[in-house]
Design a protein around this ligand. Structure first.
Ligand code: ATP
Ligand code: LTN
Length: 334
């Protein structure tokens, strides 16, 4: 029985992933890898759109891959690889770029936000074509579903449009993928600023729970998380964003329902609740961190594993690329 295909990826944009990446993405990827034939990449080519120190980018790429594995993505079950190891991504991107309208790419809100923030001179063309490369990632693997956060939905819609456009113009080369948007309840906010999404590139580190932080540091951050003056452990996103965020984290990591956690802490203060959550976070992250650090202790072995997975990815990607090259009329090298 062939399983439907799934594709997702993350940029190696920090030394450690944060708990939002873990709850919002990795835990779901881990569960989905059973029912789907999954491809998970560390999208290092995408990361080049930001300024990077070369040695650091290499380190972050390994660290991101190690955290995927430590969180339960199994390289024997899923294809976990580094985007730049598979040449077809950059190659298909070029063909898709010739099918993408200038205005169409200019309407991408991520591009509009970033280019506005950086200004015209600091905005590189890679930021503009970022979604086209993402479309190439997805379409090379005849992907059925793409689990992403809602900020990436527009990019997956563009991917669908490009797939349909290509198929209509040249004959069917691509499966048209469906985005699967992560649940709102899986969205984690900054512990110090609980109305802002927790993010790897947050300006301050105080509200970010890093997967690879020392457990004592994570515990301290939980204890210092912003709450409110009401004193009751109750989910109310609007009026109690801090406490609600902590409840969501608690529920996601334990698999419990929020009302049962509210009941457990009824009539007890925030101190008790935070202590309980700190234990949960440390208990969950401890083994993940240890496994990631073990993998990073043997970079040669990790690199071999990534190479073997890239070879699996290559096979699928090359078949799609060859079909595309044929269909658009590029002369075959005999
Ligand atoms: P950056 O700051 O570099 O943009 P990020 O931490 O915001 O990084 P991404 O690399 O954009 O994360 O996203 C990787 C995956 O993690 C995506 O699937 C995204 O939806 C998910 N994710 C990121 N942050 C959160 C969060 N705070 N809550 C839930 N999911 C998140
Ligand atoms: N742009 C995505 C990362 C990404 C991706 C992909 C996600 C690159 N290629 C293909 C899903 C499928 C992000 O910033 N989270």
């Amino acid at each position: 029985m062939t399983r439907p295909r799934l594709y997702s990826g993350m940029q190696p944009s920090a030394d450690s992933l944060q708990i939002g990446n873990y709850i919002g993405a990795l835990l779901q990827w881990r569960d989905l890898q059973e029912a789907y034939e999954a491809f998970f990449s560390v999208v290092d080519l995408h990361a080049l759109t930001q300024p990077n120190d070369p040695a650091e980018l290499r380190a972050k790429t390994r660290r991101t891959a190690a955290q995927y594995i430590a969180a339960g993505i199994e390289p024997s079950k899923s294809t976990l690889y580094v985007q730049s190891h598979v040449a077809a991504h950059a190659q298909l991107q070029w063909v898709l770029a010739t099918l993408t309208g200038f205005g169409e790419a200019g309407r991408m809100t991520q591009f509009k936000d970033k280019s506005q923030r950086y200004g015209a001179d600091a905005t590189n063309v890679g930021l503009f074509t970022y979604p086209v490369l993402m479309a190439a990632d997805i379409l090379l693997y005849q992907t059925d579903i793409v689990p992403v956060g809602d900020d990436q939905k527009q990019h997956v819609e563009l991917t669908r449009d490009l797939a349909e456009r290509f198929n209509a113009r040249y004959g069917k080369a691509f499966t048209v993928p469906t985005p699967v948007i992560q649940k709102e309840t899986a969205r984690i906010y900054d512990l110090q600023n609980p109305t802002a999404k927790m993010s790897k590139s947050a300006e301050s580190d105080a509200g970010v729970l890093w997967l690879l932080d020392d457990p004592a540091v994570s515990a301290k951050k939980v204890m210092r998380a912003v709450t409110d003056s009401e004193g009751s452990v109750r989910y109310d996103r609007e009026n109690k964003p801090g406490v609600s965020n902590l409840l969501v984290i608690y529920a996601a990591l334990t698999g419990r329902q929020i009302p049962s956690i509210e009941d457990e802490y009824a009539g007890r203060g925030y101190g008790d609740f935070k202590k309980g959550l700190a234990e949960v976070v440390v208990g969950e992250f401890g083994p993940v961190r240890q496994r990631a650090l073990e993998l990073l202790d043997d970079p040669a072995e990790l690199d071999r594993l990534l190479a073997a997975n890239a070879a699996k990815a290559d096979e699928v990607a090359e078949a799609t690329l060859a079909d595309v090259y044929d269909k658009v009329g590029l002369l075959r090298r005999v």
